[in-house]
Design a protein around this ligand. Sequence first.
Ligand code: NAD
Length: 485
Amino acid sequence: MVSTVIPVRPFDLVIFGATGDLARRKILPGLYRRLAAGQMPTTARVIGAARSRMSQAEFREAARAALEEFVDAPALDAAQVDTFLATLDYVPVDATGEDGWAELAAKLGERPDHIRAFYMSVGPNLFGVIAERLAGCGLATPPSRIVVEKPLGHDLASARALNLELSKHFEEHQIYRIDHYLGKETVQNLMAIRFANAFFEPLWNSRHVEHVQITVAETVGVAGRGAYYDSAGAMRDMVQNHMMQLLCLTAMEPPARFEPDAVHDEKLKVIRALDPLTLADTVRGQYRGNNEDGSYHDHVDDPASRTESFVALRAHIANWRWAGTPFYLRTGKRLSARLSEIVVTFRQPPHTIFPQIEALKGNALIIRLQPGEGITMRVTIKEPGPGGMRLVEVPLDMTFADALAEVGDIPEAYERLILDVIRGDQTLFMRGDEVEAAWAWTDPIIRLWTESGSKPLLYDPGSAGPIEVYKLTSADGHLWREIAA
Ligand code: NAD
């Protein structure tokens, strides 16, 4: 099997915040890999724009250092690195002042017919400001796109305000809201598995699916980014965006076409069908400290903080397909393993001819985002050998790294998404109304917690969260899957 690389048309990409962490770790390395793969044309221009005063040569050297740090050594080819660095330019721009805008406009004006993309790799307080300046300088031409990333608001009101600000200067089809989970190979494969195979879709409903679990677990704590995290918490940082997107792709109806609006419409319907939660549907927690590391309170330097570093939810989608199938979501810091997965557990066969089957867990489809992207089907078979009919559960494994080894490097989420921006394909991005609908569901939960006056429950580092989390699933007769890599 050979991976098909379709080069994109030459483009001008301006990275606001090009000296920052996201640009160094993800955007520049991702672009390099696409150039090395033959997808990014060597005539494309990547223009760094940030507050730091530096020359084009200095920016290129900074980019070289970023590639050396964040691209795997075997993928670094000296000649290709030089070719990539030759596409880079730099303009010192102050988003809130006058500096640099005329120079940026002059540079872009050299190629007025090219696709322009403006990547906002800066704090969200600057998204609206930069959009306005771009329009004021005449840079927001019809083929221009802007790229923004979470946090897209802090609640429904601020998300609405941000959408409004951006929409003053850019049409919805020009706004690319990145959720990098949607750029993951496995997440897209979830759609392929569901809609390109005949045998899953007839089973994909509450008659056959007992429950669904979506887990995003991290082993790290919040040390180093405590101030940001404490103002957000697991609900805003993970559930409202990444986990909601995973839920949508798992639960949505088949779109009529694989086109952006058709996909966005179906995702939106899922979010709007989510029942409001009660306190009994939620468990939130904060990690304790241990001998090696401090507690959540130590890391955010606030002994009174009630922000959650863990949350588990029992959600219900009130529609014909899913009524009666709980969707359990859980995410947290300092848990037992780093793991992101979706597990769809099927009901037991309606009639049992093997008594032992009662003791087995049943069929499940396990969609693993990390580590080791892949999809596994848990099936029940006969244990090999003589001695009667003993049943055993085995995985049918579709680990992409093995199955698709000849395809070569699977692109990282960011590189795929940036090139989708250039291609003008919004399928794997979030539409403004989706973001607002997701806030409209999560806001009342956060309000419930605040109004209840309760504190998050404490949990041990290296555990699966507060012990109370088991009650969420056991109340329905289900078990959480172990959090193990
Ligand atoms: P950072 O603080 O490392 O970098 C910020 C960049 O913005 C710097 O290049 C700085 O020069 C530039 N900048 C700041 N004020 C400016 C101004 N007035 N005019 C022009 N440039 C200005 O931040 P980061 O970690 O790279 O994150 C950037 C954005 O991406 C944030 O919104 C963040 O929430 C989001 N994000 C980051 C990551 C990540 O992995 N770092 C992941 C997801 C989302």
